[in-house]
Design a protein around this ligand. Structure first.
Ligand SMILES: CCCCCCC/C=C/C(=O)SCCNC(=O)CCNC(=O)[C@H](O)C(C)(C)COP(=O)(O)OP(=O)(O)OC[C@H]1O[C@@H](n2cnc3c(N)ncnc32)[C@H](O)[C@@H]1OP(=O)(O)O
Ligand SMILES: NC(=O)C1=CN([C@@H]2O[C@H](COP(=O)(O)OP(=O)(O)OC[C@H]3O[C@@H](n4cnc5c(N)ncnc54)[C@H](OP(=O)(O)O)[C@@H]3O)[C@@H](O)[C@H]2O)C=CC1
Length: 258
């Protein structure tokens, strides 16, 4: 295998929720690999800051900042149109925008439930459907962000876990449906990753994490970007409808009483 099979340069990508955390790391990685990348989140100031830092760096790819709430279908369609107008096409869509809050099941109101399903699942539906026409034009790729919670469940995050499980299921179905259109749909299911969103809740900072340590249960955004880069590249050309879990080493040796 040559290095070039892991390279995805010359393409255009949208990374939703790329003003922070995992999405930002994926956008930076794609730009470093030569992709033109569209930075998107709900706050123009937030996306401007990331796009400017990419533009000012020596990364070969360019960056465009677009404000877009993935739950707003009109805004999503405008995001895709702007991307195609600016860069002439769309090759990679990363459905990364996501959010959750901790609450016991009995304490989740109908609107609380709908809010989390809308961001994590319906947002993925909107973006993927809006981008489909262009992805099918040139052998594109979709990378969804699910979660370990979507595979195993997660107490006090029933809404989030259910939405992320549905994202895995959608990946499988659409992976097969769009294979005949030469589009690969795949998914990443991380365990805990030190991001601004999670750091504020858990108090762990990325600086404290040693990437060389295998036996850990929290990862770095860059480690998720590694997987996204692989999935978007020709090196993953035979991977369709799959979910790659990246969750370190849960302590299976612990007794139930510990
Ligand atoms: C085994 C586990 C493995 C891995 C787990 C990884 C966990 C990581 C999860 C992630 O997604 S990482 C990303 C982290 N970042 C965030 O989650 C963002 C932080 N959260 C927010 O920004 C907001 O809380 C929100 C979830 C986006 C909602 O904000 P929004 O402004 O859209 O809506 P609101 O009007 O505030 O609320 C809507 C609705 O939801 C109810 N609600 C909100 N928070 C809570 C809560 N803590 N408890 C109960 N209910 C809540 C709120 O009351 C509203 O409902 P109604 O009152 O109108 O009925
Ligand atoms: N960190 C973790 O431990 C894990 C994270 N994940 C998943 O990875 C993804 C990224 O998480 P993480 O980096 O931690 O999250 P962060 O909270 O650090 O960042 C979330 C990003 O999503 C954006 N965003 C939130 N809601 C919307 C929306 N409706 N439309 C567009 N953008 C939105 C935010 O920007 P803005 O506020 O400006 O809109 C921000 O850029 C999520 O899907 C998450 O569920 C999965 C497993 C574990």
């Amino acid at each position: 295998m040559t290095d070039t099979q892991f390279s995805i340069d010359g393409s255009t990508a949208i990374v939703t929720g790329s003003s922070s955390g995992i999405g930002k790391a994926i956008a930076e990685r794609f730009a470093a690999d030569g992709l033109d990348v569209v930075i998107c989140s709900r706050e123009q100031d937030n996306v401007d800051a990331v796009a400017e830092s990419i533009t000012e760096s020596d990364r070969p790819g360019s960056a465009l900042a677009v404000e877009c709430d993935v739950t707003d279908r009109d805004a999503v369609e405008a995001l895709v149109e702007t991307t195609v107008e600016e860069f002439g096409g769309l090759d990679v869509l990363v459905n990364n925008a996501g959010a959750s809050f901790m609450a016991n099941f009995d304490g989740i109101s109908p609107n609380g439930w709908a809010t989390i399903v809308d961001i994590n699942l319906t947002g993925t539906y909107h973006c993927t459907q809006a981008a489909g026409e262009y992805l099918k034009d040139g052998g594109g790729s979709v990378i969804n962000l699910s979660s370990e919670a979507g595979q195993d469940g997660a107490p006090y995050m029933s809404h989030y876990a259910a939405a992320k499980a549905a994202v895995i299921n959608l990946t499988t179905t659409l992976g097969h449906e769009w294979a005949s259109d030469d589009v690969r749909v795949n998914c990443i299911a991380p365990g805990y990753v030190a991001t601004p969103g999670v750091e504020s809740q858990m108090g762990v900072t990325a600086d404290e994490i040693d990437r060389d340590t295998v036996d850990r249960t929290i990862g770095l955004s860059e480690e998720i970007a590694d997987i996204a880069q692989f999935l978007a590249s020709p090196a993953a050309s035979y991977i369709v409808g799959e979910t790659i879990r990246a969750a370190g080493a849960p302590d299976l040796m612990k007794s139930p009483n510990q």
